[in-house]
Design a binder for this molecule. Structure first.
Ligand SMILES: [Fe+2]
Ligand SMILES: [Fe+2]
Length: 171
């Protein structure tokens, strides 16, 4: 069985991933209300990916015969001042998640839990992508923000995002 400290951190991370799903679903709802169905679609797909991230950690705890402990999920921010704000919140949120994942990696290194050191690499790479995507969409939005037709065209582009299971499968 795995080190309890590491199992606790991963259980906390499951909660953070499910909170991320909740946060992005709230953003999807916000954009639906604003009539931007493409932005809404983008964040609804993102919410599903975050659920995948939670499940992959859950499956890993199960593989290591460690107990899975589900805590309450905090209420997400649901009111936004403008179309830009969710994109800003996404950048800072993903940076926080990256720091949290790095915390698991550092703890696993310290405890010489090399299976977890190896497992968490997938998330390290995924977070680099998530931060990059969040920064790019914010930059794109800032480039066009004053042009309603361009925002509508970005909405059309985001409508094309399809959900694909985003995590590997544990053997
Ligand atoms: Fe995630
Ligand atoms: Fe994420």
């Amino acid at each position: 069985m795995m080190n309890k400290k590491i199992a606790d951190l991963i259980n906390e991370q499951i909660n953070k991933e499910l909170y991320s799903a909740y946060l992005y679903l709230a953003m999807a709802n916000y954009y639906e209300e604003q009539g931007l169905k493409g932005f809404a679609n983008y964040f609804a797909v993102q919410a599903k990916e975050e659920q995948d991230h939670a499940m992959y950690f859950r499956d890993y705890l199960t593989l290591r015969n460690a107990p899975v402990v589900l805590k309450g999920i905090a209420e997400p921010k649901a009111v936004y001042a403008n179309l830009r704000e969710p994109l800003v919140v996404t950048v800072t949120h993903e940076q926080e998640v990256t720091a949290s994942i790095e915390g698991i990696l550092e703890a696993a290194q310290k405890e010489k839990d090399y299976a977890t050191v190896e497992f968490v690499q997938w998330y390290i790479r995924e977070q680099a992508e998530e931060e990059s995507n969040a920064e790019n969409y914010l930059a794109e939005f800032d480039f066009i923000a004053d042009d309603k037709a361009a925002v509508f065209s970005m909405d059309h582009q985001l409508a094309g995002r399809e959900y694909h299971k985003s995590t590997p499968t544990l053997g």
